[in-house]
Design a binder for this molecule. Structure first.
Ligand SMILES: NC(=O)c1ccc[n+]([C@@H]2O[C@H](COP(=O)([O-])OP(=O)(O)OC[C@H]3O[C@@H](n4cnc5c(N)ncnc54)[C@H](O)[C@@H]3O)[C@@H](O)[C@H]2O)c1
Length: 432
């Protein structure tokens, strides 16, 4: 099948490449010409394990193409996936759908034969209806179908998640597009993926409800961790004890910093805004957002306590700054709150991240990047393990920094408190 992915970011690039690897002819379009030129040279603009090899392979065998010409690419394709960003609006908490509608208007000028237009971007309930209206202005209704196919891949695991998804959700209000979509996904269905067909609006809501639920799970265990810290209980015991109940499950039940990333923060905000629009108070999700916003303050307060309220001129190392491991994505990472706050209080911050230097801290005084773990630890008073990269999981701190003993605040509970304390380090972690 001939596919066009509009928006060649984390979702558009990964799903486009994977669809091409399944034998489809895919053209990935982006308005960012630099991105397209890089990709044409075989250079990958994002960090995603395994992506580079797949891009090069499918680009070479011409199943995958890159272009900044949206109109021609749409004309030459049968199935169009919209994969552009849906960030929070600058004012308020609803989703900014300007990129979506902008693309829909451009598509409406390029419909030369029947096409399926799909939102793979996360879009609020009724967005599909709006896209349909935009397309109808220039085209008769039998020339297109608008479908919702939310994407559930996780950055860092994106290729595996795309190839072996738990479920494929297709929301369409007509039989023809459902048949075509089922056929497109048949290689994944035959490998065991569940195919779920629903109304378009239901598919849109399934995505938001799923993300809001996962964000709730994380926030729930983070609050339980706060109680564990006050009562001398190990939160890991609680996670195991709860997670083994099949109705609960152990995933997303590990205490740590505030949830971040390009999805949970904006999607929880957007769904509450949709609720308000439809006069439905989503009070659980609203309190999750509030609790998560407060999470970084709680951890910062702990940092101040650990340093006996003497933060000024203290050398603090951050190991990992991305919102989670195996991605270079900094969007809404809790490090963006914690690092500036500590720097403002006079701390001298060094950070190391396996995905390198981050522009986000460029303008913040007293924050510097080190290109090795060893250099970042050198002279440190406090080491904060912020992101759960494998690179940080078996460090021999004693060997890395001879002599000086720093304090460790392990926000991911990677290390065993007894082992690390046995090596002579002061060690703090989350909920234990
Ligand atoms: N990142 C994830 O892990 C993830 C997972 C599931 C769903 N989603 C959803 O998928 C959507 C995209 O997310 P992302 O992380 O891939 O975003 P992204 O910012 O990485 O990529 C979006 C791309 O769209 C391009 N773009 C914007 N307007 C365009 C236009 N008019 N024409 C062509 N290209 C255009 C941008 O240049 C950018 O490269 C969002 O709605 C997000 O919520 C993301």
């Amino acid at each position: 099948m001939k596919l066009c992915m509009i928006g060649t970011g984390y979702v558009g690039l990964v799903s486009g490449v994977c669809f091409s690897d399944l034998g489809n002819d895919v053209i990935c379009v982006d308005k960012d010409i630099n991105k397209i030129n890089l990709l044409k040279k075989g250079k990958i603009p994002i960090y995603e394990p395994g992506l580079s090899e797949l891009v090069i392979k499918n680009y070479k065998n011409k199943k995958l193409k890159f272009s900044s010409d949206l109109k021609t690419s749409v004309k030459n394709s049968d199935i169009i996936f919209i994969c552009v960003g849906t960030p929070t609006k600058k004012s308020g908490s609803s989703a900014d759908l300007s990129q979506i509608y902008n693309v829909a208007k451009k598509i409406s000028l390029s419909i030369n034969k029947f096409k399926i237009i799909i939102t793979k971007s996360t879009v609020p309930v009724t967005t599909g209806d709006q896209i349909e209206k935009i397309l109808s202005k220039k085209n008769s209704k039998n020339k297109f179908a608008v479908v919702s196919n939310p994407e559930f891949l996780r950055e860092g695991e994106a290729i595996r998640d795309f190839t072996y998804p738990d479920r494929i959700v297709i929301g369409s209000n007509d039989k023809k597009s459902n048949r075509i979509m089922k056929n497109l996904y048949s290689p994944l269905i035959s490998k065991g993926a569940q195919y779920i067909h629903s109304s378009r609006r239901a598919a849109e809501l399934i995505k938001y409800a799923s993300n809001a639920f996962l964000a709730t799970k994380i926030t729930f265990i983070n609050e339980i961790a706060n109680l564990c810290e006050k009562t001398g209980i190990n939160v890991e015991d609680i996670s195991i004890g709860m997670g083994l109940d099949k109705r609960i499950g152990s995933r997303f039940l590990r205490a740590g910093p505030a949830y971040g990333g390009s999805c949970f923060p904006k999607d929880t905000r957007a769904i509450t805004s949709t609720g308000d629009e439809f006069k439905t108070n989503l009070s659980v999700i609203k309190s999750v957002i509030k609790s998560n916003q407060n999470r970084s303050n709680i951890l910062l307060k702990r940092v101040h306590e650990i340093l006996k309220n003497k933060v000024k001129n203290k050398k603090i190392t951050f190991l990992g700054v991305t919102f989670k491991a195996n991605t270079d994505d900094m969007r809404d990472s809790s490090s963006l709150i914690m690092i500036p706050s500590l720097a403002k209080k006079g701390a001298l911050i060094k950070y190391f991240d396996p995905t390198g230097y981050k522009k986000d801290f460029e303008k913040i005084k007293n924050v510097s990047y080190e290109n090795t773990i060893k250099k970042s630890l050198d002279g440190s008073d406090l080491v904060i393990i912020h992101t759960e990269w494998n690179d940080f999981k078996s460090l021999n701190f004693k060997k890395l920094v001879k002599g000086k003993k720093f304090i460790i605040y392990d926000m991911r509970n990677i290390y065993s408190p007894t082992k690390i304390k046995g090596q002579g380090f002061k060690y703090f972690s989350i909920g234990r």
